[in-house]
Design a protein around this ligand. Sequence first.
Ligand SMILES: Nc1ncnc2c1ncn2[C@@H]1O[C@H](COP(=O)(O)OP(=O)(O)O)[C@@H](O)[C@H]1O
Ligand SMILES: [Mg+2]
Length: 319
Amino acid sequence: MSEEKKVLLHCEHLVKEFPVSRTKSVHAVSDIDLEIYEGECLALVGESGCGKSTLGRTLIQLHKPTSGDVWYKDVKISAMKPAEFAPYRRQMQMIFQDPYASLDPRMNVRDIIAEPLVTYKVCENKEALTKRVLELMDAVGVPRDFLYRYPHQFSGGQRQRIGIARAIALHPSLVICDEPVSALDVSVQSQVLNLLKDIQAQYGLTYLFISHDLSVVRFISNRVCVMFLGKICEIGDSSLIYEKPLHPYTKFLMNAIPIADPHLRGEEKTLLEGEIPSPINPPKGCRFHTRCPYATEKCRTEEPALREVEGRRVACHLA
Ligand SMILES: Nc1ncnc2c1ncn2[C@@H]1O[C@H](COP(=O)(O)OP(=O)(O)O)[C@@H](O)[C@H]1O
Ligand SMILES: [Mg+2]
């Protein structure tokens, strides 16, 4: 990435809570400041339930924030009415984990990929529409003969390619890839990752790439943002995070990656204790302290701020 990076989307003090009773709510996203730069792939990682999908959806206004704001370039989009937001909507698309659930089983491939083009009246007539759909099928490597087939006639990898074609149909600037390869066989994962990387370069896309698995995002991400229980633990350039993670939780996630190099095995392993605490009642102090092997009294009482340490930002009293 070049030195002068332009911010495409950013949020300040973003909060998303889901009420579960009259007095209680799930604290899915808690006071997050985040910026996504034009042309980058920012990986968002953390265990299931930590708020990754909610953050992604709240950033592109699929959820209304409980509080806090989101800007697209210099425009505040979080306070907009739907009609005002419509031109921004098409700039932000999403690719989902389970393409089978996200593709309408009653629609054929042509109609699935054409739908956003029809909604935004991009093509003049039916012929132009079909031509555009075929070009998109070429771009994602789905054979043209499959134009009138239905989702159930495809493999998981092919279905994900169709989901990608649909997501790029309107030439968006930002694509939120929410666990796009997690449901696929390992052999197919790398094909789809390579496709996403090619498509990113070809269409000049910016990605927020959500995954629970650090090994998946290693070769696609420029930066990594690690989340735990609705908060950012550590964020920085991939090279820094993978080479020298500073937050104990990032270290734990790294240790979950199988190590091929025998010289690196047998290094200190961070073992986590206990269950993930409840997002309905998050722990005081550092949200990670109940599972952290290094937690001190300060960690139990005082919430660590996200601060600059060794070229990245980290929220840990001990870093
Ligand atoms: N629509 C919803 N209503 C109520 N709770 C939700 C909703 N969506 C997510 N949650 C809760 O918010 C928390 C974060 O969920 P999610 O963003 O899906 O995490 P992740 O994507 O990291 O697995 C979880 O506790 C989840 O149960
Ligand atoms: Mg999710």
